[in-house]
Design a protein around this ligand. Structure first.
Ligand code: FMN
Length: 200
């Protein structure tokens, strides 16, 4: 029972943390973290999730390539965004590119929405596992829809990106933001359509 309490406490204390420093999880820890993604619910056992690790050896190359792509003359990104994103990617102790493989109608009856949900559930498992091992992480969208970037990562069609995750050690003083109340978001069905407190 004690064990269950502490597991619940872990889940309840997770928060996203963008202010990260070294160390990042080591290879064994990262393997454990990624193993939890493989336990996500997944209709039809398609295992649609795909993750690309951008480790520190290739950090510089990745950041330079990213900057080059984002600053092309036809780029739709404002300079301030590019500076911020390049800085964030440069400082992140470890980067994961998050994606999923799209299986289409000719291969499966499972919808793309469901595949996206399975990949999202896998990503949530990663966030929780990172926290359990004492690290912090943040899931960001980033420039995940730029064709040259998806191509650079090996995540162009039939893959689709769902963002990036930064993983590392939360800087001192990082704190969970206040949380919302369960009662506002959950209703008991009592025979008629429910109303949610938050929406009334
Ligand atoms: C699909 C997805 C994309 C996100 N993209 C961004 C983003 O680009 N920038 C950002 O600051 N937060 C982004 N977030 C939100 C953060 O990951 C995080 O959830 C938020 O800062 C709230 O923190 P919390 O997880 O502790 O509630 C995204 C979340 C999700 C689920």
């Amino acid at each position: 029972m004690d064990n269950f309490m502490s597991n619940i406490d872990f889940l309840l204390s997770r928060f996203s943390c963008g202010s990260l420093t070294q160390p990042a999880p080591n290879d064994d820890e990262l393997h454990q973290i990624l193993s939890t993604a493989m336990r996500a619910p997944d209709h039809g056992r398609l295992r649609p999730w795909r993750f690309v690790i951008i480790g520190k050896e290739y950090r510089e190359k990745w950041v330079r390539s990213l900057e080059k792509i984002l600053t092309k003359p036809d780029s739709c990104y404002p300079p301030a965004y590019i500076t911020k994103i390049v800085q964030n990617f440069s400082n992140a102790p470890l980067i994961l590119a998050l994606g999923f493989r799209q299986f289409h109608d000719d291969k499966t009856s499972i919808s793309l929405d469901e595949q996206l949900m399975a990949a999202s559930a896998a990503t949530m498992n990663i966030l929780n596992a990172v926290h359990v091992l004492g690290f912090g992480a943040k899931w960001i969208t980033g420039p995940n829809d730029v064709p040259e970037i998806t191509e650079l990562l090996g995540l162009k069609k039939p893959y689709r990106m769902i963002g990036f995750m930064f993983i590392g050690t939360p800087v001192e003083g990082s704190e969970a933001p206040p949380r919302v109340s369960v009662d506002d978001y959950v209703a008991n069905w009592q025979g008629n359509a429910v109303n949610f407190k938050i929406d009334s």
